[in-house]
Write a protein that binds this ligand. Structure first.
Ligand SMILES: [Zn+2]
Length: 234
């Protein structure tokens, strides 16, 4: 038993940090050092994404120079979502998560651009030419809504990853997600592959480990809750 178990939970949750979006005791701003990467990064977040404590979208965008986080339901096109005068749909990829059929086609630890019948023959060229990637943050239902409300997403390259690691979330997530890894972990994995900088993955996910450590300490020792509906990694 640690002293943490004696601390009662705060009566009113204090307002979250304006920058990282975390409650003050979990604030990770000091750990978010923006890194320069060649690819652009856009994260679309459903306005009802409620996971203030354990959500990771801001941890990702806070560490990537020039990254854009948009909270909303719809944008007319990619350029508007990015806040730029123009953007080339064919040079941006949108990360698809959770389709077992697609993931099975991608080698473990790999990333691929999918066509109608599997990995594009010109996969390597298309990946090398990608200007940026889009990630959708939220629950499965929220992500589905964003897909439906933003048909321009279908014009982007469909990028699928096959993570070769287990999410650091373990079984702390309150709500089962369709994707088996967090937005931060997926983005870190994809960027490390695209930029050909394997070290990026650990670098970008480090604040997430810190977050989970602090969160678990704050919660105190407790038997882990088994989520029957949790989607396994593979
Ligand atoms: Zn903060």
């Amino acid at each position: 038993m640690t002293d943490d178990t004696l601390l009662p939970p705060p009566p009113e949750p204090p307002p979250p940090c304006a920058t990282c979006g975390k409650p003050p005791d979990l604030c990770l701003c000091a750990e978010l050092v923006p890194l320069r990467v060649r690819r652009g990064l856009l994260v679309l977040q459903h306005p009802q994404e409620q996971d203030v404590e354990l959500g990771t979208a801001r941890l990702l965008t806070g560490q990537v120079e020039g990254a854009v986080l948009r909270v909303g339901l719809s944008w007319p096109n990619l350029a508007k979502a990015l806040g730029r005068p123009q953007a080339d749909n064919r040079r941006w990829g949108v990360l698809h998560m959770g389709s077992k059929e697609d993931v099975a086609k991608v080698p473990r630890g790999g990333i691929a651009v999918m066509g109608k019948s599997g990995i594009l023959p010109e996969n390597d060229l298309v990946l090398a030419d990608l200007e940026g990637i889009v990630l959708i943050d939220g629950t499965w239902a929220q992500a589905k809504t964003l897909w439906w409300r933003n048909p321009w997403l279908l014009k982007l390259r469909r990028v699928v990853i096959h993570p070769d690691f287990r999410s650091a979330y373990g079984n702390v997530r309150k709500e089962p997600r369709k994707e088996s890894v967090s937005t931060l972990e997926a983005g870190a994995f994809a960027l490390a592959k695209l930029e050909n900088r394997p070290e990026l993955q650990a670098q970008l996910t480090k604040p997430f480990d810190t977050l989970l450590d602090r969160w678990k300490k704050r919660r105190g020792p407790r038997r882990p809750v088994k989520l029957a509906a949790e989607v396994p990694n593979d």
